[in-house]
Design a protein around this ligand. Sequence first.
Ligand SMILES: NC(=O)c1ccc[n+]([C@@H]2O[C@H](COP(=O)([O-])OP(=O)(O)OC[C@H]3O[C@@H](n4cnc5c(N)ncnc54)[C@H](O)[C@@H]3O)[C@@H](O)[C@H]2O)c1
Length: 294
Amino acid sequence: MSAVTGIENISTILVIGAGTMGRQIAMSAALAGYSTIIQDISADGLTAARTELEGWAASRVAKGKLEQGVADAALEKLGYSTDLDTAAATADFVIEAATERLDIKTSIFEKLGVLAPAHAILATNSSTLGSSKVADATGRPAQVCNMHFFNPALVMKCVEVVRHEATSDSTVETTMELARRLGKEPVLINREVPGFIANRLMGAIQREALFLADQGIASIEDIDTTARTALGHPMGPFALMDMVGLDVIDFIAQATHAETGADEDAPNPRVASLVAEGKLGRKSGVGFYDYSNQ
Ligand SMILES: NC(=O)c1ccc[n+]([C@@H]2O[C@H](COP(=O)([O-])OP(=O)(O)OC[C@H]3O[C@@H](n4cnc5c(N)ncnc54)[C@H](O)[C@@H]3O)[C@@H](O)[C@H]2O)c1
């Protein structure tokens, strides 16, 4: 039997990592009324997170999309800390969104197993590491799962909840319900699989798009146009890869290939050579498309 907490007993959420994902996950939790602590080893990272979230709230209020009182209440619910020991001791639910490295995550989960209250659920936002890799380090594997948000986490509705073999039903139920209370539409993945659902679907489309382009069957522009005009996608696969970052696309392919060893998961040479040339997509000004004049 797991001693996991039910949704009604969750009042304090700890988000570990104040980067791209962590800060917006934390704001989603604060907006839902939870006392939320963002913990990061970098004080500068915490300051940057605070500045971005205060700016985000002010701009939403200015556009009439968020009431001033709601924004103020959420910002008041947010605490910032470099001290994991103190932060973890009060957490009912932990969402780890630190740097994507197994050694870092293992050490965090090991500490959480000791520091967090016995009832606390310990979730990871990792895109490529299944929670089974860190579950045993906690001493409470039944209370560990992936809770995978999408970027930008304040906007995207999907949260993939991934259970590993030992994750308890109550951990899954509480995590799914928490996601709903954060205004998300969670989906459940019953078994760990590289890429979960969304990145697998995206990977399949990208693979086919790259195949068509590599074979000279159609231009990247026409493939993107087809995805938009025939399939109703908001943007084509090449534009999307440029937006995500070609280094990220290549990293995900490498991680997936390392895990599955399947030929179809091998990193694409065209993407790898663009990355080697520093052409990373929108963020570097050039990727499949040229953004230097935008
Ligand atoms: N960026 C995305 O689009 C995206 C989407 C979904 C999930 N994810 C996942 O979210 C996680 C974070 O990604 P990100 O893009 O926000 O990364 P990021 O590089 O923007 O932020 C990572 C943060 O973790 C902090 N950190 C590093 N070691 C730490 C430690 N020991 N304790 C506390 N904080 C620590 C860093 O200082 C940094 O602020 C990763 O697991 C990634 O797979 C990322």
